[in-house]
Design a binder for this molecule. Sequence first.
Ligand code: SF4
Length: 292
Amino acid sequence: MDKKYCDICPRHCRADRESGVGFCGVGREFYVSRIAPHLWEEPPVSGKRGSGTVFFSGCNLRCVFCQNRDISHGGKGQAYSRERLLEKILLLIENHNVHNINLVTPTHYTDALVPLLSDLKSRCSLPVVWNSSGYESVESLRRLDGLVDVYLPDFKYASGELAGRYSGAADYLSVACDAIKEMYRQVGGVRFDSDGLITRGMIVRHLVLPGERQDSLKVLEIIKDLLPIKDIRLSLMSQYTPDFALDCQYKNLHRRVTSFEYDSALKAAIDMGFDGYFQGKSSADKSYTPEF
Ligand code: SF4
């Protein structure tokens, strides 16, 4: 981290991460909960051999329904120096022949990841995937230009009221729009290799939430107006799992997404001309969530 007081993400909480933690819950060192091949991402990311996934601990968004809350809210994980983390990533490549390196929830480590990714790029040619919440500052993203090949951001909410209620981030929409435009500026249109694996570009993810179908429809309209949709892929997810939100005050989050809710978002996406990855309702199960 260049500055003593952290300003990496749009929270701008200016925590001193040398001596404490910020809203994201972690200090200066990398905290990682799992480094392993992952077979449950979108097909062109996971392929047959898996995506080489690094699950970072802590999160700068911390949604009330998060399915990885032990690591995102609880900070469960192991500390790594930059050198040790790079070594583990290189071992993952060597031992498992993964298709790419997939950094999950990396936003709050952006500054520390810039030199690590520079080293990694000089030693391997696999695509680097930035798998994030979309709640990121343009200034931080610019530092990743040339280091990230594939952006895999969420686009969670259209409504500031919902973003405030579920993620404490009422400014989510404007922040995510700017972030996603910057990601597209860096990587351009989506590209695949001869095996159908993604090598460059963007997959934008949206999770349909129970009771929030209208917001999903607005999200799709916003993405369509923001980016040339033929250049991206959409991942429309139905995997919302209520098990992680049963203690929250929002009763609609205590159930799964209905077929009607997901199918109407799916129909709207298809009518708008999106191409991408669409889930069956069987994915809305706790077993879809990896063990950490
Ligand atoms: S990355 Fe963490 S410490 Fe830094 S501004 Fe964001 S929430 Fe605060």
